[in-house]
Write a protein of this length. Sequence first.
Length: 333
Amino acid sequence: MSDGRPTSDRILRLITGYWATGIVGTASKYGLFTHIDDGARTVEGLAARAELSTRGTQALLDGLVSMDLLEIRGGEYHNTEEADTYLVDHRPTSLTSFAQFKMGHMGSLADLPEVVRAGGPLSTSVVEVVDNPHWEALVQALAATSVPAVEIAAEALGIADAGEMSVLDIGGGSGIYSGAWLELNPAARATQLDWAPINAIARRLLADRGVGDRVEYIDGDFHTTEFGEAAYDYVVYSNIARQEGPEDNMALFAKIRKALRPGGTLVVSDYVVDDDRGGGPRYALQFASEMLLKSRHGSTWRRADYHAWLIKSGFEEITFQPTPSPATLIFAK
């Protein structure tokens, strides 16, 4: 406060928020957080390790310090706990690929005024099409964002000790759920339903994880493909509900209910907002604009929405569980 008035600092940082996208994405591209973790902790040392100019390296470091991603101790730069967990390459939770991927989306925000006026995306910005070339980068970049939810769901459901079990992963993308769960449980099998170009990516990734021989793939559109009856112990619906409108979500939940065996569980993972859309979570509230830009009918839906859809679809027991990521887990039986 100055003379009883708020300062403009926070508003200016919000207006120039794309700077943060650029700084974190660029630092990720050149592996600065990884180099720091490996012991290069001075400006000169980091510039040499990353093959960057000293001036450019200093500018990146200043920006990262301002965002509380780095701290200076004894004249050297150190990753904060957040950066150590999420921005060091090759860790399961690393978001460096996602940070670089989002740099390419900054230009699309220029369409937001027109998209808000129209109530939906411009034809050039819709991503939910089979042959979009961005799937190769996107599905792998998104995988790390799901790791906390994948691990928490596995623990909550006792996947490691479940014995023989079958999983249907709808729109499974990289196969992150199938991969992690099948590693935990050698008796488990999975089926992934997704578009053929995305299943091709999952086949490669799950083969690399050593579980590909226990995964089947259905190439198709989950809106029109039947899931079967009483065929699966678990069905995963991760990062999909936010791309769909209420009618499609309810229709899919009804199909899932039929596909589950008695006692089976639906696992939904997505960005869920509070019922009054006023309490947060902040990331989920902001993500509604991303869905407006990129999907025809999607949004970030309320807890009340999910509860109503699931009850109408025949589920009776519904629980919500937060995770360390922006995602909320929903378990329905």
